[in-house]
Design a protein around this ligand. Structure first.
Ligand SMILES: C[S@@+](CC[C@H](N)C(=O)[O-])C[C@H]1O[C@@H](n2cnc3c(N)ncnc32)[C@H](O)[C@@H]1O
Length: 256
């Protein structure tokens, strides 16, 4: 680990991240496809190294606590942000950004850096206009839903910054291994588990009164059978479109 950086939110909210946020093989495949034939990758907002492909030459991550949870053998990690990537111009084939861009204080500067160092950008993010309809937000945590909507990067804004891009829906399997916010759409009781919630920034940042109100409502509806009755159709689905999207943009070849 190299570099210096002031403490960041994930130094506090990321302490158990590696416990619940293991990579899901189906999402890994979608990301692999987005990376194409890239032979060198910078993983930006790399966190604990989930989904980090073997071609990764550098991980960029501001949180020491997240870096400390990276398994041995991964690429070297530098403590910095997307806005300051310590790589020469066009030195890697691809920049990979997984569930991170919504945390960047200066998105335009971060994307500018990706475009400077990489020939391709691959982003796993979400379409807030689809995720706003998720039952968890709509029925139990409307304030969290509103905060999520505010925090999300609108896909139109991302495309304005990255240029022409392919946008591919990534459906969430019903048994998704990676415990991100939408992962438990068919396993609602998981949201009652504090260990699961600790790995989801939306929950860790939610106001305590909304949290206890929403959890009490969900617990009651699960106990009474109301949730099951209301969401019969979900129980028959193998995967769901909760708005997650893979966005890939080409920025020109590396000079040979
Ligand atoms: C939800 S985690 C995702 C981590 C990892 N990409 C994964 O998929 O497991 C978001 C990460 O973005 C990092 N992050 C926050 N602000 C950042 C910035 N300005 N530049 C780069 N990464 C940042 C956080 O520290 C955190 O590790």
């Amino acid at each position: 680990m190299t570099g210096e950086h002031a403490p960041t939110p994930y130094d506090t909210i990321g302490t158990t991240y590696a416990q619940t946020r293991q990579p899901d093989p189906r999402i890994r495949d979608a990301i692999r496809e987005g990376l194409g034939a890239a032979k060198s990758v910078v993983n930006v907002g790399a966190g604990t190294g989930s989904y980090e492909p073997p071609e990764t030459v550098l991980a960029v991550e501001p949180s020491r606590v997240m870096i400390a949870q990276r398994p041995p053998g991964l690429a070297p990690a530098v403590i910095t942000t997307a806005e300051r990537i310590p790589l020469p111009d066009k030195s890697v084939d691809a920049a990979l950004c997984i569930l991170t861009i919504h945390h960047w204080p200066d998105l335009a500067a971060g994307i500018g850096e990706l475009r400077r160092v990489a020939s391709r950008g691959v982003f796993f993010t979400w379409d807030r206009d689809v995720s706003a309809d998720f039952w968890l937000f709509r029925e139990y945590f409307p304030e969290m839903g509103a905060a999520d909507y505010q925090k999300a990067v609108p896909l139109g804004r991302l495309v304005d910054l990255v240029g022409p891009a392919s946008i591919t829906p990534v459906r969430v399997p019903h048994d998704c291994v990676d415990g991100f916010l939408g992962a438990f759409w068919r396993r609602p009781a998981a949201y009652l588990d504090p260990v699961v919630r600790a790995g989801i920034s939306g929950f860790t940042l939610a106001p305590p009164d909304e949290l206890s109100r929403g959890l009490a409502g969900l617990e009651a509806d699960l106990g009474s059978g109301v949730w099951r009755h209301r969401h019969q159709e979900l129980l028959a689905m193998e995967s769901a479109d909760l708005g997650y999207r893979l966005v890939a943009a080409e920025w020109g070849e590396r000079p040979s």
